[in-house]
Design a protein around this ligand. Structure first.
Ligand code: ATP
Ligand code: MG
Length: 290
C-alpha cells in the first residue's frame, strides 16, 4: 500500500496516510506477563471494522507472544463467532456483569489461537443495560470484572457494540485506551465528534487516565479517489492520532469470519493479514501495548 511521494526529490516512500512509510520492529519477547492494558474498540457507527479489528489485532498480538484476552461486548456475539466460539448455554460476559462476585475465569474460554482467550457474549447481553441501570456504580461494573483477571494478560481488547449507551460507557470506564476504527467511506467522520465528547466526559467523571490511542482507517481502497480523499480528511482532522497502518478493503475478511478464524491464520500472507500484524507492531512501538 506504500506509494512513492510525487513531491519529494529523494523518492521517500510515503504510506497511505502521507507520512514516510516505516516498518515497525518485531516486538521484543516478554519474560513476564501482566498487568494488562485494557483497550476499548469503539465507534457507535455500525459496520466500521470494530469486530474485525478486535479479532485480527488480538490474534496478531498473540502471535507476538502477548497474552491477550478478547472481550465480546456486543449482544450480536460477532467476536465470539469470528473466533469460532459457540455462545449458547455457556457463561458469558452478561453473567459476570450481573454477579460481580463470580470468578470471571468461569467465563473465559481459550480460542484456537495460542495465547488468545475470549469472554463470549450472546443475545442475553441486550438485557444488561436495563438490569444495570439501577446498580450502584453502574458505569464501573465491567472495570471491576476485568481488574480481577488483569494480572493474567498483557492486553485486554473490548469489542464494543455500535452505540454510546451504558455498555459502551462501561467499556470506556474500564479502558486505559480507546481505538476508533473508521471506515474509509462517506460520513466516516460523522458522529466521531460525539464519540470524542463521550470519551471526554468519561475522562472527566469516571476514568481520568483514559487516552485516545488512535484512529484506524479500515476498508481503504487505494484505487478509488474517494477512499484516498476520505483518508486525507481523517489525517487532516486527527493528525498523528491516525495510525500509520491502514487496513485495505478485501472480501477475505468475511470469508475468514465464516471460517471462524482470524484472517492472520486463515490467510496469513494476505496483505490485510499483514496489515493487522503491522498494527500490532505499531501499537507496541507507540507504547499502547507492552
Ligand atoms: N477491511 C475490510 N475489508 C472488507 N470487508 C471488511 C473489512 N473489515 C471488515 N469487513 C466486513 O465488514 C463487515 C463489518 O465489519 P465488522 O463486523 O468488523 O464491523 P463492526 O464495526 O464490528 O460492526 P458492528 O457495528 O455491527 O459491530 C463485516 O462483514 C466484515 O467482514
Ligand atoms: Mg462488531
Amino acid at each position: 500500500m506504500a506509494q512513492k511521494s510525487k513531491t519529494s526529490k529523494d523518492e521517500t516512500v510515503l504510506g497511505p496516510t502521507g507520512r514516510p512509510y516505516q516498518g515497525f520492529p518485531t516486538p521484543p519477547k516478554l519474560d513476564r506477563h501482566g498487568p494488562a492494558r485494557i483497550i476499548a474498540l469503539c465507534n457507535q457507527k455500525g459496520g466500521v471494522g470494530k469486530t474485525t479489528t478486535s479479532i485480527n489485532l488480538a490474534a496478531s498480538l498473540a502471535e507476538y507472544g502477548r497474552k491477550v484476552l478478547a472481550v465480546d461486548f456486543d449482544p450480536q456475539g460477532a467476536l465470539s463467532a469470528g473466533l469460532g466460539i459457540q455462545t449458547h448455554d455457556v457463561p458469558t460476559i452478561y453473567d459476570l456483569l450481573l454477579d460481580t462476585k463470580r470468578d470471571p475465569r468461569e467465563a473465559i474460554v481459550p480460542t484456537a489461537t495460542e495465547g488468545l482467550d475470549l469472554i463470549p457474549a450472546n443475545i442475553d447481553l441486550s438485557a444488561a443495560e436495563v438490569h444495570l441501570v439501577n446498580e450502584v456504580a453502574r458505569e464501573s461494573i465491567l472495570s471491576h470484572v476485568l481488574r480481577r483477571v488483569s494480572a493474567d494478560y498483557d492486553v485486554i481488547l473490548i469489542d464494543c457494540q455500535p452505540s454510546l449507551g451504558l455498555l459502551t460507557v462501561n467499556a470506556l470506564t474500564a479502558a486505559h485506551g480507546v481505538l476508533i476504527p473508521l471506515e474509509c467511506e462517506f460520513f466516516a467522520l460523522r458522529g466521531v465528534a460525539l464519540l470524542i465528547e463521550t470519551i471526554e466526559k468519561v475522562k472527566d467523571r469516571l476514568n481520568p487516565t483514559i487516552e485516545l490511542d488512535g484512529l484506524l482507517a479500515t476498508m481503504y481502497d487505494a484505487r478509488t479517489l474517494h477512499s484516498r480523499e476520505v483518508l486525507e480528511r481523517i489525517v487532516e482532522t486527527f493528525g498523528d492520532k491516525v495510525f500509520e497502518t491502514v487496513i485495505g478493503r478485501t472480501v477475505k475478511f468475511p470469508d475468514a469470519s465464516v471460517a471462524g478464524q482470524p484472517l492472520t491464520e486463515y490467510a496469513p500472507e494476505h496483505p490485510a493479514a499483514q496489515a493487522y500484524l503491522r498494527l500490532a507492531r505499531e501499537l507496541v512501538a507507540r507504547g499502547a501495548v507492552a
